[in-house]
Design a protein around this ligand. Sequence first.
Ligand SMILES: Cc1cc2nc3c(=O)[nH]c(=O)nc-3n(C[C@H](O)[C@H](O)[C@H](O)COP(=O)(O)O)c2cc1C
Length: 168
Amino acid sequence: MSDLVIYFSRSGENYFGGELKNIEKGNTEVIAEYIQQETGADLFKVEAAVDYPEDYMKCIDIAKKELESDARPEIKQSLESIDEYDTIYIGFPNWWGTLPMPMFTQLEKLDFTGKIVKPFVTHEGSGFGKSNNDLKKLCEGAEIKKGLSIPGANVYEVQQTVVSWIND
Ligand SMILES: Cc1cc2nc3c(=O)[nH]c(=O)nc-3n(C[C@H](O)[C@H](O)[C@H](O)COP(=O)(O)O)c2cc1C
């Protein structure tokens, strides 16, 4: 059976150690691609039906409201089954201490019974935050392995770290 990476990642304006920069590829996507290179995993990107603003401050605001209202934003495409996979990598940026809400929309549709889940997060200082707790609920029935936490600013320097974690 093969591996799958389910991830969310946002390009556009982002904050790097006190500076706003525009990035063409989101940080989490960089890590997802390292995993694909190492394992041959399929990639599934979760995207909100309505794109988040490129403007960082506007995005922060919308994301906060979605978290506070426990929203389940619609997604462009949803994955209906993970039956053909045994190991599922779940990657996301830390948004206000947990996963972006579109990941809740997607993960709640899936049956994780008997699966192995390897979570990874990119962040600006808070690591996994409270997402570990949320992941436990979202992936009920899975064995959740030790996660990998990478500061967003370092994603281009950590390929070896990612490979070691995969094979751990
Ligand atoms: C809406 C939003 C909320 C964020 N909240 C946090 C946070 O609470 N803690 C943190 O460390 N970083 C936070 N960040 C920073 C991101 O987690 C970090 O830049 C991440 O690497 C972005 O990944 P991406 O480029 O794959 O979307 C936030 C970023 C955004 C856009």
